[in-house]
Design a protein around this ligand. Structure first.
Ligand code: AMP
Ligand code: GLY
Length: 467
């Protein structure tokens, strides 16, 4: 019998979106047609599409209130739904724009997306609805400079160290942590005043201590389905040194990360369920999409660092390849608020994901340089081959991110941000790391990666953070 066709619009063309596209195309139940709304020619995603457009506008059409996106969606006959990958278009209302032309999305509407686009909104929401997991915090807006200074240098000085957070989306560059970015309360106050002058809104919050973990949950406003817990490595260089990045790599284990407890996961799930309901209560909109919670294991249990309103990048590269259930169903059931009817299964494996990034990343990346690929090696290591030969779900998955194909030469070139993500998958964590390291060798060019992600030393360092 012929499989039903599902037509899906995919917005964006990074590593996260490549992993989304691959998970969709793996569907056994449906023939999936992907329609890409992209801003670069990522050849490996394009391979998976039925059609695509390259849109040159910033943030995928935010500049024109998503007119080009609406036009593209309307040009696809019988489009089933859209998936919006990145935070910027979600925060700017891409989902609302598509609804105006009758297209539903797997992603939250603008109001519900405030969970990511306004850090103050989220902190206030937890407080108002008496949801556990908040550190001490206070929001400030323009006009409250004197109060801000007094709060930082007097009120909290003897009580706790603090973190300054720009309220809005800053691509990971709007957070300043005491001891990491500034030493004294007075220095922190100066940074806070600077940010307030620029952005008009910020949060001051208590600095928490402990290892961090990500819990991504698929949400429909009523039900959440958690993914395996994952840990990111944000610093650019080995040993957790250097500037913050979008994430240099991510790890997961069978069952759970070794440096957190089952109780921590249960706490994070309860917080996420309560926050989902509070979002509905507060905004009137159901949260449909991914509630990606960044948590810290503190001596007082799991505390919330932040929510993102989308899949993590690279977290999606670990989580989606482990999905055993049908990805189309997962996203469509979420859109139709039927997640309670779905049982979702994951392969219970370890994953080690590493991003190859351009030399100079993140501050001064080389661009447009050529990347060489040993495709034969990648094919040899692939999960697909290993699974076909042995029936064991293990091997390597590769995701292209900020790379593009030169239209004239056909060469693969660097776009300037994180370039290629490789993921080792295995029952055994050490083997997963070895697989990722082998796959890295398939690429040549002015690139670097973090050798230590997945190492014993780093795991021990995370264990040592447990207060
Ligand atoms: P965010 O953009 O909120 O995820 O913050 C970026 C990073 O800053 C986090 O991954 C943490 O390492 C750190 N951070 C944020 N908030 C806190 C906090 N309250 N206490 C300690 N570290 C924090
Ligand atoms: N991995 C960090 C992020 O997606 O925000």
């Amino acid at each position: 019998m012929e499989k039903p066709v599902k037509k899906i619009l995919l917005l964006a063309n990074g590593g996260r979106e490549h992993s989304i596209a691959k998970s969709l195309k793996k569907s056994d139940k449906y023939t999936v047609e992907i329609y890409g709304f992209f801003n670069a020619r990522n050849p490996k995603i394009i391979e998976l599409t039925t059609d695509f457009v390259i849109n040159s506008e910033r943030n995928f059409g935010e500049d024109t209130k998503f007119k080009a996106l609406q036009d593209f969606a309307q040009g696809i006959k019988n489009l089933d739904f859209a998936i919006i990958g990145p935070d910027d278009p979600i925060g700017a209302g891409a989902v609302n724009a598509l609804l105006e032309v009758g297209v539903k999305s797997f992603a939250p509407k603008k109001s519900a997306a405030q969970l990511e686009s306004s850090k103050g909104f989220t902190r206030s929401l937890l407080k108002k609805y008496k949801i556990e997991g908040n550190p001490e915090f206070k929001n400030f807006i323009t006009g409250e400079e004197a109060e801000l200074k007094k709060y930082c240098t007097e009120e909290i000085k003897e009580k706790f160290k603090f973190v300054v957070k720009d309220d809005g989306l800053c691509g990971g560059k709007g957070v300043f942590v005491q001891d990491d970015h500034f030493a004294t309360h007075e220095e922190g106050a100066e940074i806070a005043l600077d940010i307030l002058a620029k952005s008009g809104k910020l949060v001051i919050e208590e600095k928490l201590e402990g290892p961090e973990f990500s819990l991504l949950c698929i949400a429909d406003g009523k039900t959440i389905i958690p993914m395996p817990t994952i840990a990111d490595h944000k610093r650019a260089f080995d040993g957790d040194k250097g500037p913050n990045t979008g994430g240099m790599g991510t790890i997961s284990f069978p069952n759970k990360l070794p440096f957190i407890t089952d109780e921590n996961i249960a706490e994070a799930i309860i917080i996420t369920e309560k926050v989902m309901k509070a979002v509905k209560e507060e905004t009137g909109d159901d949260f449909c999409g991914v509630m990606y919670g960044g948590f810290m294991r503190t001596k007082n249990g799991a505390k919330l660092i932040e929510y993102n309103a989308r899949f993590g990048d690279p977290e999606a590269l670990n989580g989606l390849p482990l999905l055993k259930s049908d990805a189309v169903d997962l996203f469509e059931y979420a859109i139709n608020q039927k997640l309670n009817e779905l049982t979702v299964e994951y392969h219970n494996k370890a994953t080690v994901c590493k991003y190859l990034v351009p030399e100079g990343y993140p501050t001064n990346s080389v661009k447009h340089e050529i990347v060489g690929v040993d495709q034969a090696l990648l094919d040899e290591l692939s999960v697909e081959k290993h699974f076909a030969e042995t029936g064991e779900y293990a091997g390597v998955e590769v995701f292209y991110a900020s790379v593009y194909e030169d239209e004239n030469t056909g060469e693969l070139q660097l776009g300037g941000s994180r370039a290629i993500g490789v993921v080792g998958i295995h029952d055994d964590f050490k083997e997963a790391k070895k697989l990722a390291d082998k796959a890295i060798k398939a690429f040549s060019g002015p690139l670097f990666y973090r050798k230590d992600i997945g190492s014993e030393e780093l795991l021990e360092a995370r264990m040592a953070m447990i207060a």
